[in-house]
Structure formats: C-alpha cells, structure tokens
Ligand binder design. Structure first.
Ligand code: GDP
Length: 320
C-alpha cells in the first residue's frame, strides 16, 4: 500500500510510554518517518490530569501513540489489581482527553488481546469484544483496556476525533521486563533458562501445566504495525495485531531452552495459574490492509536472548 491516509512526515508525534518495550520500539521505528518525535519526562505523571494537560498545551502534538501503561504478567495482574485498573484508566483518560482538547488530529491507543472473553471462539475476531466473561487473572487490566477502546470510539463519535485502537497479542523483544515477579512468560523463560544453564540445574521451572497456547509477536513488528495503522487506518473498530500462529507454553519453554543452550528437563509448577487456555487472534482485518509480520519466533527469541546478554534487560517492580 503506498497512498497514506495520514502522512507522518514533518509532524510532531508524541510517544507516550517511550521508556517501555513498545514505546521505545515505536520511537526506533518512527526515526524512519521524517517526523519530530516528542516524549515527556518522568515529571509528567500520566495518571495526573493537570500535568498531562499542561504538557499537551505546551507541546501540541499532531499525532499520539498511546503506549504508556501499567503492564505485567499473570502473577502481577492478579496481585496488584488496583494498580492495573486505576493507573491504566487514568493514563488513558488523561491522554485521550488532552489530545482531543489540544488539537491532536490522530491518536493510536494500544490495548491487549486479554480484552476478549476467556472462551472466545478461536481465532478471535474484533467483534468478540464484550460477548462473554473475561479471564479472571487479568480482568483488571482488561477492563481498563476496554475502557480505552471505548474512549477512542466515544471521542470519535462525539468530538469527531480520528482516534483508533490496536490490540497486540503477547509481545516480546528488546526492552522487555525481566523481573520474574512481574514479567510475562517470554522474558521469564529466557532469564530462567539462562540462570539454570549457569547454575547447572537439572530442570527449568515453568509455571502452570505448559498446556496453554499463546501467540507471540516481536515488538519491532508491533511498532511497524502501529506506524502502518497510523498512516493507513481510520475507523471505529479496534484492530487485532497478531503473528498468526500460537505455541504451547511447554513448546515455548523447549524453544527458549534450545536458544539459550540449556539441555536439562522442564519442571511444571502446578501451584501457578495457567490463565486463559488460548488467545490466538484473527488478524485478517490488518492482513487485508497489506501488513505482515517479518520476525519469526526462533529469530526473535535469539535476538531477545542476545539483548538480555548485552545487559539490555529492564526490571520493573510493583510496590503495594
Ligand atoms: P498471560 O498471557 O496474560 O497469561 O501472561 P503471561 O505471559 O504472564 O503468562 C502466559 C502463560 O505462561 C501462563 O500460562 C503462565 O502460567 C505461563 N508461564 C510459565 N512460566 C512462566 C513464568 O515464569 N512467568 C510468567 N509470567 N508466566 C509463565
């Protein structure tokens, strides 16, 4: 696709959440677009309305990528429900409203595949939203992300704002959080396999039964999809951004162990939750627009492990 609906060249583009895995990938990707990239420093707490409004009044971005969020894996979601619900609701409401008030013409909100009902038919189409009960281990985060989609739709209807939403599947890559208490499965397995290899352990500990299926997309592909949607898509429906295939957690553990060079067994820890059994997304809406991922799982895992070894790992702790 060549004709862009929205040309980013020369635009003032704000990336909210530029220190996170997704935001930093979007910043890297935008460097090829000829736009002016804006970021806010830590003093601008996105959970607070006044500093967000002041920042927008002073900087007036033309376009916004809303990648700022309180995020975490299955354990953190369950342990810190207030932070996952409150922080995300406030960030979304403040940034979306300020964008509308201060003349931002395009905004892309990032959600998550956990917005869908636990038992949604697979692969999950966009229309499955709000058709059934959520997965309890991440419903706090999911409710906040559903509110973000609805804010974009409501501002589109009431104020004619061209705000859109993208729903990524499970993401991984450079800039991931490797704190075992708060991370998602991919960085956790990379770190645990590496440490098991160094310690000469007999087995790699893996939470749950190993049976759940998850779909993984490299964050550089996600950033590319975000820029693609910003340039080419306008519409009320959120858009799924997936890889197109899923893998069991047991097979993922084996793939990571191979990439890291850990030759021992895998030990499943049944005291930890499995979460939703499967959440493969149907990404045909996005594929139909002409976008495809380019990083396969083995290449992506090798790169993520190399980044971990280079000391690029972040750790994000949550306090009670
Ligand atoms: P989810 O996709 O929202 O469930 O989030 P996660 O990425 O945290 O977990 C995905 C699946 O991987 C779940 O079934 C977890 O139980 C499983 N898993 C296995 N080992 C780990 C681990 O060390 N950390 C995390 N976060 N999940 C793990």
């Amino acid at each position: 696709m060549t004709d862009a609906l929205y040309d980013l060249t020369g635009k003032r583009v704000y990336v909210a959440g530029h220190r996170g895995m997704v935001g930093s990938a979007i910043v890297r990707r935008l460097q090829r677009e000829g736009c002016e990239i804006l970021t806010a420093d830590r003093a601008v707490d996105l959970r607070e309305q006044a500093p967000v409004r002041d920042w927008f009044a002073a900087n007036r971005p033309d376009a916004v990528f809303l990648a700022a969020a309180r995020v975490g894996g299955i354990d953190a979601n369950d342990r810190y429900p207030a932070q996952f619900l409150y922080d995300n609701l406030m960030i979304e409401a403040n940034v979306i409203d300020a964008a509308a008030q201060f003349g931002t013409s395009r905004l892309l909100f990032l959600g998550s595949s956990c917005i869908y009902p636990r038992m949604a038919p697979q692969p999950i189409v966009e229309d499955a939203l709000l058709t059934g009960p959520l997965e309890p281990t991440n419903e706090w985060y999911a409710i906040a992300k559903i509110a973000g989609i609805k804010l974009c739709q409501a501002y589109r209807r009431e104020y004619d704002c061209d705000f859109i939403s993208a729903m990524p599947t499970n993401l991984y890559g450079p800039g991931d959080n490797f704190d075992l208490a708060t991370s998602h499965v991919m960085p956790a397995l990379i770190r645990k396999a590496h440490e098991a290899k160094l310690a000469g352990d007999a087995a790699l500990p893996v939470w749950g039964s190993g049976k759940p299926l998850r779909e993984f997309l490299h964050v550089d592909d996600m950033a590319d999809a975000c820029v693609f949607l910003m340039r080419h898509y306008s519409g009320e429906s959120h858009v799924n951004v997936g890889y197109g295939e899923d893998i069991s957690i047991a097979d993922l553990a084996r793939t990571v162990a191979k990439a890291v060079g850990f030759a021992g067994d895998i030990a499943f820890d049944a005291t930890k939750p499995d979460g939703t059994p499967r959440k493969l997304m149907d990404s045909s809406l996005l594929r139909g627009m002409g976008w495809r991922p380019s990083v396969d799982l083995e290449t992506g895992i090798a790169g993520a492990y190399a980044h971990f070894l280079e000391g690029g790992a972040r750790t994000v702790s949550l306090s009670q």
